[in-house]
Ligand binder design. Structure first.
Ligand code: SAH
Length: 222
């Protein structure tokens, strides 16, 4: 049975999501697993009601409160695709830094076996936790903390994704990457770039993918 609250109508329907997926394909997203889960997860329930009819625009970052934004569908797709393309295959255990509204978390929750997610703003994390509980996710563990330090108790991780930009790559995070693991994160202050870091037998291998724009990684918790 589909819960009425999540089924959506008009601008929030399955058909609208299918259109979003076609736009993602047109922009070069190729991973079928990513496209499939993005056609399933109701992005509109992660944003305020007043913004729901814009939830499926591929390049729109919408406000989620506390000065933060939900990442665009396009960047969620790009980062998920990069994470899944690691040499060892899709990661089973993933760490996400910057839960925000929990949409990227929900996508990862369908692509990985276990997801650990860290958020520094308590009310955002609580709301994301409620949304994912309502959507019946049972494989996501939340932590209210400064993500600079990762989530050592859950590690090591085959995949780490960061959805806020750090000035430099946090060493505590690469330390929690399993051998063969991959980290995808924006790095930079004024100019930001998406980095892919693989932990190989011989050390960390770093690739810069392209320019991006994220909110900054901020120290401490509130
Ligand atoms: N993937 C989220 C992105 C939200 S924006 C979404 O689509 O909703 C980035 C998030 O990172 C914000 O919620 C912000 O509070 C959080 N963040 C910033 N610095 C952080 C830190 N040091 N530790 C954990 N979370 C952090």
């Amino acid at each position: 049975m589909t819960l009425a609250k999540f089924s959506g109508t008009g601008m929030t329907s399955d058909r609208t999501r299918a259109r979003m997926v076609e736009s993602l394909r047109a922009r070069g997203i190729r991973n079928e697993a990513v496209l499939k889960v993005m056609s399933e997860v109701p992005r509109h329930v992660f944003v305020d009601e007043a913004l729901q009819d814009r939830a499926y625009e591929v390049d729109k970052a919408l406000p989620i409160g506390f000065g933060q934004t939900i990442s665009t569908p396009e960047i969620v797709a790009i980062m998920s695709e990069l994470l899944l393309a690691r040499p060892g295959g899709p990661p089973a255990k993933v760490l996400e830094i910057g839960t925000g509204c929990g949409y990227q978390t929900a996508i990862l929750g369908k692509l990985a076996k276990d997801v650990y997610t860290v958020e520094r703003i308590a009310p955002l994390m609580d709301k994301a936790r409620r949304t994912l509980r309502d959507l019946r996710y049972y494989n996501v563990i939340f932590k209210h903390a400064d993500g600079h330090f990762g989530y050592a108790e859950g590690g090591p991780y085959e995949g780490i994704i960061m959805t806020a930009a750090a000035g430099q790559i946090p060493a505590e995070l690469t330390a929690q990457l399993a051998f063969g693991g991959r980290m995808v994160l924006p790095v930079g202050v004024e100019q930001q770039q998406l980095y892919v870091i693989d932990r190989t037998e011989t050390g960390l291998v770093q690739n810069v993918v392209h320019d991006v724009r994220f909110v900054p990684l901020v120290p401490g918790t509130v």
